[in-house]
Ligand binder design. Structure first.
Ligand SMILES: Cc1cc2nc3c(=O)[nH]c(=O)nc-3n(C[C@H](O)[C@H](O)[C@H](O)COP(=O)(O)OP(=O)(O)OC[C@H]3O[C@@H](n4cnc5c(N)ncnc54)[C@H](O)[C@@H]3O)c2cc1C
Length: 398
């Protein structure tokens, strides 16, 4: 087992770290453009399809570099939803035509993608989606439904929508029972547990006028840069080429997307934690009370040591999950562990960083309260911590 980084991996980290600094200095509106021009949106897309063809471990390290300097977690979440939630899925289960049509543009950031799965009655339980994808006479689909909390909703060019085939009842599945779903994305006979949902790529520009309507960004507690908003699909006519994977195997397709997301979407948090840890070490050494640095108090020093532990354990789990995906494993449990632990650690980490500053940490200008708000969002998207714990428990055979 080799925990070292190659020169090429270091170079990817350094390049993305510098790019993150450029994006951080840019106006919020321009940050995604900076990331796109610097290649961050296509790192793991195959070279032949316009990306850099990096493996996922290196891609995770590169996103750690971005997070070290770019403090806008919302934009990094949106970049991750684009690359990990949709582009990698197209690279994995899309047809050759779909890959040629979408991936070069996604790699350049000319076409921004996002996942539109959540509905009022279907968040953790995605099998309950009420959106419908009726077959048209031309062999395509007519999509109708109301999605909510969609990242980058008003800026996205293409949505990965999950809908129920017209006439099908609720997909008979416990969404946490994922052990066997990944391989059925293309299976001729999807098992009963995965039947009933369809995954569609919905291009906004090609959709009939008014049939795809994103709402205004919501006033979220944190991660404002992610621009969460509802998206309404009303009788949106799509060609047969909108279908990703097999009709009826949409849940399996969606779980593959979620596995990539869970493994990688919080890699940027590692960089943010590293930065905050450095600041905590500096501050607790420099802040003197009663003639000695506060770091001399064991309670303070242990809090900082806990931050280091949370960072390193998150790091190991994310790289482990990325490595497992690179090996071709399904990696659903590894991805769930990585996302669950990193998101919960990030919340505790942000609270530690705030508490270490005392009253100054509670001031908005410190940026620490908003860092807590940002971290909280991480334990909800791409599967709540409760759902991920259940995924792990099921994997253990419980
Ligand atoms: C920052 C952010 C970004 C997001 N981006 C997107 C996006 O791009 N696209 C998209 O489609 N959605 C997105 N979402 C929505 C997100 O995926 C859902 O909010 C999430 O899956 C939870 O669904 P819900 O809100 O309906 O809550 P519910 O599913 O109603 O859950 C409510 C509570 O019940 C618990 N719970 C529910 N079911 C179980 C279970 N089986 N086992 C244990 N506990 C359970 C949950 O953990 C939670 O505590 C985003 C959300 C956030 C906060």
């Amino acid at each position: 087992m080799d925990f070292g980084w190659t020169a090429a991996q270091r170079a990817a980290y350094d390049r993305m770290r510098a790019l993150g600094a450029d994006a951080d200095a840019a106006a919020p509106e321009d940050r995604m453009g900076v990331l796109a021009r610097g290649g961050a949106l296509g790192l793991a897309i195959p070279r032949a399809l316009g990306g850099e063809g990096l493996d996922l471990v290196t891609t995770a390290l590169a996103y750690e570099g971005l997070g070290a300097t770019l403090r806008d977690g919302g934009v990094l979440l949106a970049a991750g939803a684009h690359l990990f939630g949709v582009a990698l899925l197209v690279a994995r289960v899309g047809t050759a035509d779909q890959q040629r049509a979408w991936l070069p543009r996604m790699a350049r950031g000319d076409c921004m993608a996002t996942v539109a799965a959540t509905e009022a009655g279907a968040g953790s339980d995605v099998a309950s989606v009420q959106a419908t994808a009726d077959r048209t006479a031309a062999g395509g689909f007519r999509l109708t439904g109301e999605k909510r909390y969609v990242t980058w909703a008003d800026r996205a060019d293409v949505y990965l929508a999950v809908a129920r085939a017209g006439g099908e009842g609720r997909a008979v599945v416990d969404v946490t029972h994922v052990a066997h779903v990944a391989h059925v994305a293309h299976a001729a006979h999807a098992p009963r547990a995965a039947r009933g949902l369809t995954a569609l790529l919905v291009p906004r520009a090609a959709a009939p006028e008014g049939s795809v309507r994103p709402g205004a960004p919501l006033a979220t507690a944190g991660l404002r840069g992610a621009r969460l908003a509802p998206v309404s699909f009303s009788g949106c006519e799509l060609g047969p080429d909108a279908l990703l994977g097999r009709a009826g195997a949409g849940l399996a397709v969606f779980q593959i997307a979620m596995t990539y997301e869970r493994a990688l979407i919080l890699a940027f948090r590692l960089g943010a934690m590293e930065r905050a840890l450095g600041e905590a070490v500096r501050f607790t050494r420099e802040r003197e009370l009663g003639g000695q640095p506060i770091a001399r108090h064991q309670a303070v020093a242990h809090r900082v040591a806990q931050m280091k532990l949370r960072l390193e354990t998150s790091r190991l789990l994310i790289y482990r999950a990325a490595w497992a995906l690179d090996q071709g494993d399904r990696a659903q449990a590894e991805a769930a562990l990585a996302k669950w632990h990193t998101s919960d650690s990030a919340v505790l980490f942000a609270l530690d960083a705030l508490h270490l500053r005392g009253g100054a940490g509670y001031l908005e200008e410190s940026g620490l309260p908003s860092a807590v708000d940002d971290a909280l969002g991480g334990s909800i998207h791409s599967g709540t911590s409760d759902v991920l714990a259940t995924v792990v428990a099921r994997w253990l055979g419980l």
